[in-house]
Design a binder for this molecule. Structure first.
Ligand code: F3S
Length: 375
């Protein structure tokens, strides 16, 4: 990979910056990148203390670097204010806060959300280095920004250097679809993505018989990225680059997508990815039609940004017994482990909750989940 004189100097410093350069150079060489390109924004995942542990915390502290570009971070293992209510113990909370302080000292914005695009939307063609598969697929597909599916470490290295290797989805030709998926049912996008993620590879282009909302595109992408290694999709007549390429000859048709998960939920959890304002309003509208308080533990996850901008609605939901948490989520927080069966509307949560939190799962649409909580 070609390096400028300045980039070569960074490699020779023998400090944390050099380590970050080494990571980017190794990545670039593996994927055949010809050079590094500047990025506008890095997003780092894997910031739960449970994920990083003491060794990772020490490694980060010793790295002794600062971020060169706007850097945001994914959800942590707890709500920074309501951790005790979530059932998180004090020793975990202390370590989590210590870890977040290390990120803050490096210059990260403590956004603690997997939906950084609600806080600041990247523009079309903007180069990013984002980890967090659901955010990557949303940025590429719905926003037309450009990022590969980074790991937490490579996103951190890019945040420090302000650059990323130029390969994969940063290059226009590599963003072409390779398979057309004709959707002939009015399938739930989260379930459709869950199913198709494991059946197709590359970059699908979907043809639906109706327009999908941004929330539906988010759910479709998060599911596709969780059951498959997919980092981008197009939707005919809808996503920004759908007509930049030829429609592929290879095609599949889908006439149904359903899921058979059954258990008796002791937790209903929404907000994977973190809820948008419109999704919270959807929950609120259904709650308003139901009488009294919820009868099953009901958690909603969103970003601090969305939470702060809808305090009135949040307070009304809380009065009905729904807990609206921020800074964390059902998958990255160990708090979910004390439950047995989690009902959710998220294909990504269906994929990861059993693996990471050891719970069984059940699927319901947003409306079904809310109604179930009042039964
Ligand atoms: Fe976000 Fe957690 Fe789901 S990070 S996409 S809410 S697993």
């Amino acid at each position: 990979m070609f390096l400028t004189k300045e980039e070569e100097k960074l490699l020779e410093r023998g400090d944390g910056v050099s380590k970050c350069m080494e990571i980017l150079v190794a990545l670039g060489e593996i994927f055949g990148a010809e050079r590094l390109i500047p990025i506008k924004h890095a997003h780092i995942s894997g910031v739960s203390y449970q994920n990083i542990g003491d060794e990772g915390l020490e490694w980060l502290k010793n790295l002794n670097v600062n971020f060169a570009v706007k850097t945001t971070i994914n959800p942590a293992g707890m709500d920074l204010e309501r951790w005790s209510e979530m059932g998180i113990d004090e020793s975990f909370a202390k370590k989590q806060i210590e870890l977040l302080n290390v990120f803050k000292e490096m210059g990260a914005e403590l956004t603690l959300t997997c939906t950084p695009y609600y806080i600041q939307k990247p523009s079309i063609g903007e180069h990013l280095a984002w980890a967090e598969s659901s955010a990557v697929i949303y940025a590429n597909s719905v926003l037309g920004a450009r990022t590969n599916r980074e790991s937490g470490i490579s996103a951190l290295a890019s945040a420090v250097i302000g650059k990323t290797p130029y390969y994969g989805l940063h290059i226009k030709e590599n963003r072409a679809p390779n398979i057309l998926v004709k959707v002939e049912c009015d399938c739930d996008p989260a379930i459709l993505g869950y199913k198709m993620g494991s059946e197709i590879e590359g970059i699908p282009i979907f043809k639906f018989n109706r327009m999908l909302s941004d929330d539906e595109l988010k759910a479709l992408g998060a599911s596709l990225a969780s059951t498959g290694n997919i980092a981008m999709f197009h939707v005919v007549e809808q996503t920004p680059e759908w007509n930049h390429f030829d429609i592929p000859r290879e095609k599949v048709s889908v006439d149904k997508a359903d899921l058979k998960f059954e258990c008796n939920p002791d937790l209903i959890a929404l907000g994977c990815p973190h809820m948008s304002k419109s999704e919270i309003l959807d929950v609120y509208r259904i709650v308003e039609k139901m009488g009294g308080k919820v009868k099953t533990e009901f958690w909603v996850f969103t970003s601090r940004y969305v939470y702060d901008s809808m305090k009135d609605v949040v307070n009304r939901l809380e009065k009905r017994g729904i807990k609206v948490f921020k800074d964390t989520c059902m998958v990255v927080s160990p708090a979910t482990e004390r439950f047995e069966c989690v009902m959710t509307n998220s294909g990504k949560a269906l994929t990861y909750l059993p693996k990471l939190r050891g719970v069984t799962v059940m699927y319901g649409s947003l409306e079904e989940c809310v109604k179930k909580a009042f039964e």
